[in-house]
Design a protein around this ligand. Structure first.
Ligand code: BG6
Length: 524
């Protein structure tokens, strides 16, 4: 059923992907070396190598490429290949043994041992890359992927330059691009410093700041939905929308990332990057075209219009929380401070709720409520657009005091899709209006699996399309918004840290954030 539907619409619906500049099939991909720094880490195993494999399997990446892992651990090529084969068995969305090109794919993987702060190791890496490039032929196109802890980024960038790996003369010497994983800085100042280090070697158009949320199909669908459907865009403003809720809830705790998470907290981990990206796509003005710079310009314009948090009344706008022990999915779980490697006095927030306002014509006086947390009741990411009530309360005459608002729910994950909640008369002699839901579900409508976010984003970096990557000014503005809050938490221990039970929907204080405005969080 699902497939038939897509085919019948394909006459007017299909085309080149507007989010991909220069897209003419995949003709723009060129042979290249993909150098992964931090290759023995989890990201390489779980995401990067499986993504490159799946791009090969589905025919999106047909040009020759070499994957070179660079990390501190002592390993030879074949040991690293074995590790990656195991990673494919465990994490690839397509079964590796069914792919006849598996052996060839594995042979494109090799390993270089080295320390990020040792220029000699980079010289050896440079020699090795050049050897591969000679064998492969074609221009020396190189994608440097920084999958290391962030404190290694500046050193790696410096050493890339020192070892002569970063010459960028597109005519004779191919392209060099750098992909930088989050966190991009730890606050505004460190983000500036990192940008300084990056720009001392790479031009902005060579830099790809990755945010895997932008690679999710359903996140890209926000723009398709807003701009491709005539009925919604006229409603997308303060005249019809009462408020917006963004929920990014996880059931997981810190899962072996205690060191990183305890030093950053959920505001840095989720809000500065993923959630502000979602927020920007929902609230930005329509771009005049799909040119990457035009889209990013609109996001920047939006972030500039966000009203800075009123620091004198911060606690009326921002709630932070930390989970205590409880039960998630029927299993008892420890409280945050009891987790291995977390200090028993830690004040790191595992939950954040925030009320934002945008000072522009479209959104004036429409609050955006954001909540995100670890160890919540269920894993769900959803944006809910809550519409205003009809102007005249005609149903009061038949005893109905309050109607449920119309809500458009954009479900990013899981069960990707959309729902529109409307009021309908309940069948029978009495007059009762009940909320009912019109649903669209990605998997049943299209019947084809979505590629993983990293597949999409890695292919874009190889194609040189930066649309789905954060630009320098976007990152700075998002840190700028958050920075005063982070500083206040750091400097003023009297600022309340609310507790919540693991497996709940977060602290009571987050409910007050909305009830003060006469609203409540959606039941998800
Ligand atoms: C990562 C965060 O960027 O995103 C993690 O560092 C978080 O803490 C993860 O769990 C959530 O991603 P997803 O795709 O599972 O929603």
């Amino acid at each position: 059923m699902g497939n038939e539907k897509v085919e019948s619409l394909s006459g007017w619906q299909t085309g080149v992907n507007p989010f991909r500049r220069n897209q003419t099939g995949h003709a723009d991909a060129e042979p290249c070396s993909i150098i992964i720094f931090g290759a023995s880490g989890d990201l390489t195993r779980r995401k990067l190598v499986p993504a490159l494999f799946n791009l090969t399997v589905d025919g999106s990446l047909t040009v020759p490429f070499d994957i070179i892992g660079f990390a501190r651990r002592d390993k030879n090529h074949s040991e690293f290949r074995d590790d990656m084969q195991k990673a494919l068995d465990e994490f690839s969305r397509t079964n590796p043994v069914r792919f006849s090109g598996l052996e060839k794919f594995l042979m494109s993987i090799s390993y270089c041992r080295g320390n990020f702060d040792n220029p000699e190791d980079f010289k050896a890496l440079a020699g090795y890359i050049r050897e591969l490039e000679t064998q492969r032929g074609g221009p020396p196109n190189r994608l440097y992927y920084l999958a290391t802890p962030p404190d290694a980024f500046p050193e790696i960038i410096r050493n890339l330059k020192k070892s002569g790996l970063t010459v960028d003369n597109p005519v004779t010497e191919g392209w060099q691009r750098i992909v930088i994983e989050k966190p991009y800085g730890n606050d505004l100042k460190s983000a500036w410093m990192l940008t300084g280090a990056v720009h001392s070697v790479f031009k902005e158009n060579q830099v790809y700041r990755i945010d895997h949320y932008l690679g999710k199909e359903t996140v890209q669908n926000i723009l398709a939905f807003r701009l491709g459907n005539g009925i919604f865009e006229p409603l997308w403003n303060r005249r019809y929308i009462d408020h917006v809720q963004i929920t990014v809830a996880e059931t997981l705790g810190v899962e072996g990332r205690a060191g990183y998470f305890d030093a950053s907290g959920i505001a840095r981990d989720m809000l500065q990057s993923h959630i502000l990206q979602l927020f920007s796509l929902i609230a930005m003005e329509p771009p005049v075209s799909f040119d990457p710079e035009y889209i990013r310009d609109e996001k920047v314009k939006l972030l500039r219009s966000v009203r800075p948090i009123d620091m004198d009344n911060m606690q009326r706008q921002v709630v932070r929380g930390q989970y205590q022990n409880g039960s998630v999915g029927g299993k008892s779980v420890l409280g945050y401070r009891e987790e291995p490697s977390i200090s028993e006095n830690s004040r790191t927030e595992t939950y954040l709720a925030m009320r934002l306002e945008i000072d522009n014509w479209r959104w004036s006086e429409v609050p955006f409520y954001i909540r995100t947390g670890k160890r919540l009741a269920r894993k769900i990411t959803e944006v809910d657009i809550v519409f205003k009530a009809p102007p005249h309360r005609i149903f009061k005459q038949v005893g109905i005091e309050r109607l449920q608002p119309n809500v458009l729910g954009l479900r990013i994950q899981p069960e990707e899709g959309m729902s529109l909640c409307i009021g309908s008369k309940r069948p029978g002699q009495s007059y009762e209006i009940n909320p009912v839901s019109m649903e669209f579900n990605y998997s049943t409508s299209f019947g084809i699996p979505s590629p993983e976010a990293y597949e999409r984003l890695l292919l874009d970096t190889i194609l040189g399309d930066s649309t789905l990557f954060a630009r320098e000014d976007e990152v700075e503005l998002s840190w700028g918004l958050l920075d005063p809050v982070l500083k206040a938490w750091e400097n003023d221990p009297s600022i309340h840290l609310a507790n919540y039970e693991a497996g709940s929907w977060g602290p009571h204080e987050a409910d007050i954030l909305l009830s003060r405005d006469g609203r409540s969080w959606r039941d998800l």
